[in-house]
Design a protein around this ligand. Structure first.
Ligand SMILES: [Zn+2]
Length: 165
């Protein structure tokens, strides 16, 4: 569709001009990372730089709230032209250690910032005796201990090239 046709199409639908504008970022960047999450979001930026994909997060909401199911620790919601939003279950969060917490926030930032999808594959852990998640984007939580012991791998994997949504 050329531009003239696109204009007519929009006019016929009676939608606003902005709804028909070329797909660009139309909302203003908005950053509201609540205090318990700030260190982890900052860590994510640091790791992104270490991994050669420096990111500066300026459009994100992270806050406590209700997740779709009671045993879900966090959820990311994002859509074109909206500020991505991570909601964390406070009851579960309060039981986590710092490695667990980083794993949870990095997983959700994987969705909300890197636009990554879940990855189900497993790998042999560093000690060669157990199968563990190959990616932070594993659909289930990775224990803080396994995360810590394989953290270099998980950070490398998170910022390498992947299929996106
Ligand atoms: Zn997920």
């Amino acid at each position: 569709m050329n531009q003239a046709q696109a204009f007519v199409f929009c006019a016929l639908l009676g939608v606003s001009a902005s709804a028909c504008a070329p797909k660009e970022k139309q909302h203003d960047a908005f950053l509201q990372v609540d205090a318990p999450f700030q260190d982890f979001v900052h860590n994510f930026e640091q790791v992104s730089a270490q991994e050669g994909q420096p990111l500066e997060i300026n459009d994100l909401v992270v806050q406590f709230g209700s997740t779709p199911s009671l045993n879900e620790t966090g959820v990311c919601e994002w859509a074109d032209n909206e500020t991505p939003r991570i909601t964390v279950n406070q009851r579960i969060w309060n039981t986590l250690n710092d490695y667990d917490k980083q794993e949870v926030i990095f997983h959700e930032l994987g969705h909300c910032i890197l636009k990554r999808i879940h990855q189900n594959t497993e790998m042999m852990a560093y000690n060669g005796t157990v199968q563990v998640a190959e990616s932070i984007m594993y659909p289930y939580r990775i224990s803080g201990t396994i995360y810590r012991d394989n953290i270099v791998h998980y950070h490398d994997e998170l910022f390498s090239k992947h299929d996106q949504f």
